[in-house]
Design a protein around this ligand. Sequence first.
Ligand SMILES: [Zn+2]
Length: 506
Amino acid sequence: MNFLFSRVVFITQTLILSIVLSFSANAQDADEQLLLKHFHSISSEEIAGWMTELCSPEYNGRLAGTPEYLASAGWVAGMLHDWGIKPAGDNGSYFQWFDQPYTVVNDEGSLQLHITRKDGTDIVKSYRAPSEYYPGMNSGSGEVTAEVVYVGYGVTAPELNYDDYKGIDVKGKIVLMNRDVPYKDALNPEYAKWVRYCYHQYKVENAAQHGAAGMLYIDGNSANPNISYIENMIVCGIGPEPLADIFAGLGKTNTAVTGQIDKSFKPVSFATGKTMTIKANTTRHPEGRTCNVAGIIEGSEPVLKEEVIILGAHLDAVGNAGGILVQGGFDNASGVADIMAAAKALAGSGIKLKRTLLFLFFGGEETGLVGSKYYTANPIFHKEKTVTYINLDMVGNGTGLAVNASASCAPLMEYFKTANSKYIHRPMRSSASAVTYYGRPRSDGLVFLADGFRTMDISTTDGVKPVFYHLPGDDETAVTPEIMEDVAKLLYLSLIVMANAGMSGF
Ligand SMILES: [Zn+2]
C-alpha cells in the first residue's frame, strides 16, 4: 500500500466513523434551523429559470469551442461570483482554459441514394435530417458521390488478427460502419485490447488512411460531435431508413452481419453496389479554445481545508447543426443547474465547512470528454486530497433518486441515504460498483475513475418525460424541476455533513 492509497483509506475511514454522529449529534442543534432555512431556499422555480437561461438560443446549444459556449460559461461564472463562491481557475479567474478545435455546421447538408432503373435512368431518394440522417458534426466540407462499401466496425487490428479493410478496396468510396468493436464484454479484461478501436476518432482516421472519401456512421440518428475532423472526409450519421435502403436486395441485414462478426471475430466486408451522395457545409476552427468553469467554497479548518469534495457536471452540449438546434436541457443543463442550486444554498447559508468544496462545470464532454481529461491532467487539488468526485450528468427527469459509488468510496453513500430519509423522502436506490470497467469512458465520472480518483454519481430514476438524446427537443421542458430541487437539496445536506465529518460537526 503506497502513501497515497493509505491516505485515501484514512480519509474514508474518518468520514465513515462520523456519518452517524454528525447527523444525530446535530439534529437538535440550533444550527439545524440555519440548515433548514437554506434547505427551503432551494426552489424548483429558480432552477427552472436557470434551465431556460442555459437552453436559450443565445448559447446556441453550447458547443465547446464556440463563442456561444463561452457566453454560457461566463454566465455560470457570474452567478458563482454573485453568490460569493471564489474563482478556482487560471490566474485567479473562474476559467480553466484548454485547446478545443471545433467545427461549425453551416447547414443540414444532404444525403441521397441513387437508384438506377432498368432503362438506365437515375432516380434520387433524398433523406431528411435529423429523423433519417444527422449531419456529421465534425465533417469536412464538400460533397462526395460514390459507391457505399460496408466495413463492419471499421477496425484494423493486426495484433488481434482482425481487419475490416482486408482485401477490400475503399479508395474514393463511402465506407459504412458500426459503432464499437466485435468484442462486447467491457467488464472482461480482454476488452482492454480492443478499447483503442472503439473511439470514433480512430474509426474516421482509419477510414481516411484506407483512402475512403466519405463515411456513413450507423449511430442511430442523433448528433455525434466527437468524430475527429479530417479535411475532405465527408461524414454523416445514419438512422434505420437509409441503412435499410443500402441493404435492400442484398439478402442480409446489418444486424445479421454484425451478429456473425461478433460470434466469429471474422470481418464481413463487401461493396454494396449502392451509390450515395453526402453533402456537408462546414467551417473548421482549428484555433478554438474553451474552458471549464471552477469555483470553490474554501474549507475553514486549517488541516481539513486541504481536502476537497468535487461536484462536477458538463456544461457543454452538442450545438447547432445548421439549424438543427440541440439545447442540451436534460443533457446536461440539468446537472449544471442542480449543482448551481446546491452551491448557492451552501454559500448563502454561511454554515462553516471544514473541508473545501470545488464546483466544476466542464467544457468539451461531448467532444470527447476533453474538459474532464484536462482537469485530471491538471488538477486544482491533488488527487490524494480529493475525498470524492461526484458526477452529475442528465440528472433531472423522474421521481426517484439514485446514488452510485466506486467501491473505494462506497461508504460515502450513507451521507446521501441519511439525508434523503431524514429530509427528502424520495425513493432512493444505491449501488456500489465493485467491478472494473475496461471500456471506453463515456462520462466525466469514468474519466476521473480511470485516473484513480474515487468517484460517485447522483442520478434520477423513473423518468416521466421522453428523452431526446442529442436531438432537438432536449430543451428546458425535458426535465422535471421538482426532482431537480430535491437533487440540489440532497447535495446541499450531504455535502455539509461530509465536509464537516471527522471533527466536531457543524
Ligand atoms: Zn451528458
